[in-house]
Design a protein around this ligand. Structure first.
Ligand SMILES: NC(=O)c1ccc[n+]([C@@H]2O[C@H](COP(=O)([O-])OP(=O)(O)OC[C@H]3O[C@@H](n4cnc5c(N)ncnc54)[C@H](OP(=O)(O)O)[C@@H]3O)[C@@H](O)[C@H]2O)c1
Length: 331
């Protein structure tokens, strides 16, 4: 095996932070007990920030971004993994505090990896990525709270985004009547293809009515936007409904009352994918393999090379990415 490999490296110079594809050697990698031959990574908002040197997420340079990756174990000092095992990594602050997946090789802690379900390939796992895993965790939170298709419709906010798109596809596949909240009139056909039965215009939920309760509409909500749409959704929950809140695309603020919790027994469930315990991750990846219709995922995933990262980073930070990006580190 050759010791050298390609990586997208960001470095801090007098002109600021910039990134380029470089050749590194295995000896350059940080310590860790598992060496992985990476096949694919993806693009998250955080990757955009790191690639552009924004957000103060990276503490030491040079740095290899890439929050997620999938590949095959080359060597392992841990009894958890053996050479040839297919593995996935998402979160644990890899790609920000630790070197990440924008490279043909990565060395990480065995505790951060999960075994790849046999139904997935590295590319497919990265078409899912942190966004898809988060969507699955949201769906599982609704189920834990007793939401079933018979209980009524489920609203997905930020529906054309990475998390939203996958949530719509999974929920529709599980038989839920999915309503998709979007600000993009031109994307209604895209959402209907994913399985949305109803489209809600973002403008309808963007203004506060100041009412603690509205008519009972949703059995469940997957919320990726926070702010006023989340407050409105809470007021519109059916009795015993569950809201899984994972994002802040609209706002980190939430102005609401406790009335939906007290009078309708509504549950607000927070979702974090980054530090999610390993057992829960393995369960969620198993559910992704079972419940995500892969033909729909293929239709929204597009492949890019490492050298395209700077341009893709600009696009994700300005909201110009639709669907899921796969970074093929061998291209
Ligand atoms: N908790 C976790 O572990 C976790 C993991 C992954 C992501 N996240 C968070 O989840 C959120 C969604 O992530 P993503 O990867 O899906 O992001 P994304 O691809 O950028 O999608 C966000 C979507 O939100 C909607 N949106 C954007 N600005 C909005 C605004 N001002 N008001 C209302 N809606 C707006 C848009 O959808 P429409 O145009 O269709 O409305 C957009 O496509 C982000 O806040 C992200 O940080 C959290």
């Amino acid at each position: 095996m050759s010791d050298s490999f390609k990586a997208f490296v960001v470095d801090k110079t007098a002109e600021g932070v910039r990134g380029e594809v470089k050749t590194l050697s295995v000896a350059d990698l940080p310590p860790g007990d598992v060496l992985v031959k990476v096949e694919a990574s993806t693009l998250n908002y955080k990757d955009g920030l790191v690639a552009q040197g924004l957000g103060n997420l990276v503490k030491t340079y040079p740095h290899v971004p890439g929050v997620d990756f999938a590949g095959t174990v080359v060597s392992s000092a841990s009894p958890q993994y053996y050479p040839g095992d297919a593995v996935i990594l998402t979160g644990w602050r890899v790609g920000e505090l630790h070197w990440g997946g924008y490279a043909q090789m990565a060395r990480v802690s065995a505790d951060w990896l999960v075994p790849m379900p046999p139904q997935l390939s590295a590319r497919r796992a990265m078409a899912v990525g942190t966004a898809g895993l988060t969507a699955m965790l949201c769906v599982m939170a609704l189920e834990d709270g007793g939401v079933t298709p018979a209980k009524g419709p489920v609203l997905v906010t930020g529906a054309t985004g990475g998390v939203g798109s996958v949530a719509v596809a999974i929920l529709a596949n599980l038989g839920y009547e999915v309503a998709a909240l979007t600000g993009k009139a031109e994307e209604h056909p895209y959402l209907e293809t994913l399985g949305a039965r109803r489209i809600v215009d973002r403008a309808e939920m963007s203004e506060s009515l100041g009412k603690p309760l509205e008519s009972e509409t949703w059995a469940g909500v997957v919320d990726t936007v926070g702010g006023v749409p989340l407050a409105r959704a809470l007021a519109q929950m059916k009795y015993g409904g569950v809201v899984a809140a994972c994002g802040l695309a609209a706002s980190a603020k939430l102005e609401t009352t406790v009335v939906p919790f007290l009078l309708r027994g509504v549950r607000l469930s927070g979702i974090d994918s980054v530090m999610q315990p390993k057992e829960a991750r393995i369960a969620a990846w198993g559910r992704v393999a079972r419940d995500l219709p892969f033909a729909k995922l293929e239709a929204i995933a597009h492949d890019h090379a490492l050298a395209e990262v700077p341009e893709l980073a600009k696009q994700i930070l300005t909201g110009k990415i639709r669907g899921r990006v796969v970074i093929d580190v061998n291209r």
